[in-house]
Design a protein around this ligand. Structure first.
Ligand SMILES: NC(=O)c1ccc[n+]([C@@H]2O[C@H](COP(=O)([O-])OP(=O)(O)OC[C@H]3O[C@@H](n4cnc5c(N)ncnc54)[C@H](OP(=O)(O)O)[C@@H]3O)[C@@H](O)[C@H]2O)c1
Length: 309
C-alpha cells in the first residue's frame, strides 16, 4: 500500500517503507529487506506516572537552529517522529515551533519537551522562563517541562512547575541530570513526583543503578546523547557492528533498540533525513538476552562529556 503525503500526515505515523523511500530517494542505504518490507514507524508510547502518554523514541534538537533546524524538525515529524526535545539553552525554541507549523501536523498529535536553564532557577524566574519558552515555541501548552540541571533554587523552580502543571499549562513535569538523592529530596518535599529524569545514557555510560531507582519509583528514564554524539567510536564499535550484521541493522539502530529493550526513552538527534529514517526503523527486530549482555559489557561507567560536568 502506498500513501501520498496528505494521507500520511492524516494517518499519523503509520507509514510504509515504500512511501518513505520514495520521499528520501535513498533506498540503497538500507537492505533490500528493509526497503520492501512493510514497516510501521508508528512509535510506541509509555505511560508516565500521571497517566500521560509519551513516545518512547523522539527527536533531539541540540545544535539544530534557525532555518536548517526548522527544516529538520519538519522532516522528522513528516517521517513519523512525534516527540520533540528542546530547551531554552539550545537557542532554538523558535525554530522548533516553526518546524512544527511547517509540518502541518496537529499540535495535539505532538509531544513537546522544553527545559528551564540554570540561569532561570527559582520561583519567579521559572514562571517567566516558561512563558518565554511558550511564546518562542508559539504553543499554548507544553507536554513536558524539565529542570535542566540541579543547580540554584531547585525547590523554587519545582514549586513554580507544580503550579503550572496544576493550571494545565504543562501536561507533565520532570527533571534532567538529577541524581537519585536529588530526586528523593523533591519527593520528600513536594506532592508532584517527577515524571521523567533525562540523563546521559548510552553504551559507554549505561547508568544501571539510576535505571533501577527510577523504575522503583515509577519515574521514566530518558537517555540524552543515546549515541554519545558518536564519541569513542560509537558508530564503528565492533560489538554493536557484529550484532547489527546479524539483523541487517546499523550500530545506531542496535544502540537504539538496546535502549528500547531496557525501557528507556531516547531522543537521537540528526540533521540528515536518511539518519532520521534509520533511527526510527528499530521496531522490527529483537536483541537476544546474550546480545543485551554483550552490549552491557561495553559500559565504561563514566561520562563521555566531562566538559559538561
Ligand atoms: N538534558 C541534557 O542535559 C541534554 C544533554 C545533551 C543532549 N540532550 C538532548 O538529547 C538529544 C540527543 O543527544 P545529542 O544531540 O547530544 O547526541 P546524539 O543523539 O547522541 O548524537 C548525535 C550525533 O549522531 C549522529 N547521528 C545520528 N543518527 C545517526 C546515524 N543513524 N548514523 C550515524 N550518525 C548518526 C548525528 O550526526 P548527523 O546529523 O550527521 O546524523 C550527530 O552528530 C539532544 O539533541 C538533546 O535534545 C539533553
Amino acid at each position: 500500500m502506498r500513501m501520498n503525503r496528505r494521507e500520511f500526515l492524516q494517518t499519523g505515523a503509520a507509514v510504509t517503507g515504500t512511501a518513505i523511500f520514495m520521499g528520501l530517494g535513498a533506498s540503497t542505504l538500507f537492505g533490500a529487506g528493509n526497503a520492501t518490507r512493510l514497516i510501521r514507524s508508528s512509535i510506541e508510547t509509555v505511560t508516565l506516572n500521571n497517566g500521560v502518554k509519551m513516545p518512547i523514541l523522539g527527536f533531539g534538537t541540540l545544535y539544530l537552529r534557525d532555518e536548517p533546524g526548522e527544516r529538520c524538525v519538519a522532516d522528522a515529524i513528516s517521517l513519523g517522529y512525534r516527540l520533540l526535545d528542546t530547551a531554552t539553552i539550545y537557542g532554538n525554541e523558535d525554530a522548533v515551533g516553526a518546524g512544527i507549523k511547517r509540518s502541518g501536523v496537529d499540535r495535539e498529535e505532538l509531544f513537546v519537551t522544553s527545559k528551564v536553564w540554570v540561569d532561570d532557577s527559582g520561583y519567579e524566574e521559572t514562571k517567566r522562563a516558561f512563558e518565554t519558552s511558550l511564546n518562542k515555541l508559539d504553543l499554548e501548552y507544553l507536554d513536558l517541562y524539565l529542570i535542566h540541571r540541579p543547580r540554584g533554587d531547585v525547590h523554587g523552580s519545582w514549586k513554580a512547575m507544580e503550579e503550572l502543571y496544576k493550571e494545565g499549562k504543562i501536561k507533565a513535569i520532570g527533571v534532567s541530570n538529577f541524581t537519585a538523592a536529588q530526586i528523593q529530596d523533591l519527593m520528600d518535599n513536594f506532592s508532584v513526583i517527577p515524571a521523567v529524569n533525562q540523563i546521559e545514557t548510552h553504551a559507554f555510560f549505561q547508568q544501571p543503578d539510576e535505571l533501577e531507582f527510577l523504575n522503583q519509583h515509577n519515574i521514566k528514564h530518558q537517555a540524552w546523547s543515546p549515541f554519545a554524539q558518536g564519541r569513542n567510536g560509537y558508530f564503528t564499535n565492533e560489538t554493536l557492528g557484529e550484532i547489527g550484521e546479524k539483523y541487517g541493522k546499523t550500530n545506531a539502530q542496535v544502540a537504539l533498540r538496546w535502549h528500547y529493550q531496557r525501557g528507556i526513552i531516547t531522543i537521537p538527534r540528526t540533521s540528515q533525513k536518511e539518519h532520521m529514517m534509520e533511527n526510527v526503523n528499530i521496531f522490527d527486530f529483537e536483541l537476544s538476552e546474550p546480545e543485551m549482555q554483550k552490549i552491557a559489557s561495553l559500559d565504561l561507567n563514566k561520562t563521555q562529556f566531562p566538559e559538561w560536568e
